[in-house]
Design a protein around this ligand. Structure first.
Ligand code: G1P
Length: 276
């Protein structure tokens, strides 16, 4: 039943101004591929083929990217450059796309709630395209789908971060359940290091059960005056079960200049022949 993946892409990307003044930050390329394509490709690898986007003004290029561009396709037809479009064609052929707009920026929790009419009463994946994850084997979302099938509850991806950086993330406290898997006991959005319950930070990959929408509706604005998914997940964890999974793979924070440049260098060295 896990078929849908949600991409909250309404945020402004102010750290990349002026590049993101009129362009979606998710369209920034890491080498030759936009961040959002890495995300959709990861979901497809996990078997999630219904792609849903919560977009905003200035984000139309995302819709165009996953549509056909007749001029370009015609222009390169029969040339070696066709290879460069093979992945996006595969995505187009295997996936369906739906879009809705978040008109006001009221936080990640609010963005996820905005998707309810598209998602309905089904579990769904969430990918924050800013967090680029590169793995050797299964994608991070695929690793999480495997766990969902086993536990049938919301699952969040986590990573250990230096304690002084907890203020950038949602941070969990958990009871170890098995290797790399924790049952969530506490969660705090963007805590100062001295208030953080651990150094295990939430990374932009979630599988959510649909009762999360009711929890979000009950969630008051929290850190930064925004409706936080972290707070809704804590309520869900207290009433039922939320698992936190320390994933296998490498994560780049492409919402920061440093992480973006690091990801670019890493992907260039890993996926491209420097003699090209
Ligand atoms: C969001 C979440 C946060 C999580 C982070 C991962 O924050 O609210 O809990 O740790 O994504 O990237 P944002 O980076 O949108 O401020």
């Amino acid at each position: 039943m896990l078929k849908k993946c949600l991409y909250p892409v309404a945020g402004y990307g102010t750290r990349f101004l002026p590049a993101t003044k009129s362009m979606a930050k998710e369209m920034l390329p890491v080498v030759d591929k936009p961040l959002i394509q890495y995300a959709v490709s990861e979901a497809m690898d996990a078997g999630l083929v219904q792609q849903s986007f919560v977009t905003g003004r200035t984000k139309r290029s995302i819709e165009d990217h996953f549509d056909i561009s007749y001029e370009v396709e015609n222009e390169i037809k029969g040339s070696s450059k066709e290879d460069q479009l093979s992945e996006i064609r595969e995505i187009r052929e295997n996936c369906v796309f739906t879009y809705t707009r978040q008109r006001e920026m009221k936080g990640l929790g609010h963005a996820i709630l905005t998707s309810e009419p598209m998602i309905g009463d089904e579990p769904f994946g969430v990918i924050l395209a800013d967090d680029l994850c590169i793995t050797e084997g299964d994608s991070v979302m695929k690793q999480m789908v495997g766990l969902y099938k086993q536990f049938r509850c919301s699952i969040i991806a986590i990573e250990e971060v230096p304690k002084e950086e907890t203020y950038k993330y949602g941070v969990i406290a958990g009871e170890q359940f098995q290797d790399n898997l924790f049952k969530v006991k506490d969660m705090v959005e963007k805590p100062a290091p001295e208030d953080a319950p651990s150094n295990m930070a939430i990374i932009g990959r979630y599988i959510l059960t649909p009762d999360i929408f009711d929890y979000i509706r009950e969630t008051k604005p929290g850190a930064g005056g925004e409706v936080q998914i972290t707070d809704a997940l804590l309520a869900q964890a207290k009433n039922g079960c939320v698992m936190a999974y320390k994933f296998k793979g490498k994560r780049f924070d492409c919402g920061s200049l440093h992480g973006y440049v690091e990801a670019t260098n890493y992907c260039y060295n890993k996926f491209h022949d420097p003699s090209e």
